[in-house]
Design a protein around this ligand. Structure first.
Ligand code: ADP
Length: 287
């Protein structure tokens, strides 16, 4: 498995998380992959320039993962190929009181970029069907009882699917990444965060508590992915035990979505072209 298509989920069939690898095949060459990633980052920058100049379509990249799967460093790598003026990164934390007194999509809607621009979501409204599901946080939420009747999470899947369709119909593409780290690799990275002083700040006691819910999280991810993957808004379940490989597959997916958008530099009208020539003559006739 080394083709992006092997990791894409588009809603045409139900997937099992267990059948997706957390590391590359032995046949994959790290050196070649790093070179390909560099080439993709360059392509991404060129596409982003066209996207901005055309100003027709917006792009949102969503990153979801268990702790220490490498969201931050993957995002840093994507950003290294892009013009920061055309992209914003948003981190979705435990909702504050203003956020939790609104519908769960409210805070994300505010972060959608103007068309022509991009946004990266470090976590997202998917937390409302992940951590909220695992810990049944909706039970203690300040919402009317009628909103708790039936399957709250299944209703949210529907809301998300409809929301993503709405955004697509309004000129946005949303692609979603699940960085699929193994439980053993997470343990290794946690231990490193504890042992290495410069990494201590990355570790929080709640990380180990959440790890105890590993199976529940896997179930929540699997069911959220199956319920919300569509052709226009696919999920990518990417192996995350080797960061160089995750970065490559993310860059492949971003280049792929840019190819679908196919942004073009605007072509000027004949009149505007004539005006450019006149301005050129003025500039050239200067003393
Ligand atoms: P990160 O782990 O992304 O680097 P933090 O350590 O600050 O950042 O963790 C953010 C926390 O916020 C995560 O535990 C996440 O589950 C939680 N969170 C995000 N959105 C929600 C939400 N809607 N409801 C409850 N918790 C949330």
């Amino acid at each position: 498995m080394s083709d992006l298509r092997d990791f894409a989920v588009k809603g045409d069939k139900k997937i099992k998380l267990k059948s997706f690898p957390t590391k590359p095949d032995d046949s994959v060459s790290k050196e070649k992959i790093i070179k390909k990633t560099q080439a993709n980052l360059k392509k991404m920058g060129e596409f982003q320039d066209r996207l901005y100049s055309e100003g027709k379509e917006g792009l949102v990249l969503i990153f979801q993962a268990m702790d220490a799967a490498g969201k931050d460093s993957t995002i840093k790598n994507v950003m290294s190929g892009l013009n920061p003026q055309g992209i914003d990164v948003y981190s979705f934390k435990v909702p504050n009181s203003e956020e939790s007194s609104h519908g769960f999509l409210w805070r994300a809607i505010k972060c959608f970029p103007a068309r022509g621009k991009m946004a990266i979501f470090n976590r997202s409204y998917y937390e409302d069907v992940l951590v909220v599901k695992v810990h049944k946080l909706y039970e203690s939420a300040k919402i009317p009882n009628r909103c708790k009747h039936g399957d709250v999470i299944a209703k949210r899947y529907e809301d998300i699917k409809n929301f993503e369709k709405y955004e697509y119909n309004n000129g946005y593409r949303i692609i979603k990444f699940f960085l699929n780290v193994s439980k053993e690799e997470q343990k290794k990275r946690f231990l490193e965060r504890i042992d290495l002083k410069i990494k201590n700040w990355k570790f929080s006691a709640s990380d180990v508590k959440e790890r105890a819910y590993w199976d529940e999280y896997m179930e929540a991810y699997e069911s959220a992915i199956n319920a919300t993957a569509t052709k226009n808004s696919p999920w990518y379940i990417l192996p995350a035990d080797k960061k160089w490989y995750t970065r490559y597959l993310v860059s492949e997916a971003v280049v792929d979505v840019f190819k679908k958008i196919a942004p073009q530099y605007p072509v000027l009208s004949d009149e505007a072209q004539n005006n450019l020539q006149k301005d050129k003559e003025i500039l050239l006739s200067e003393e």
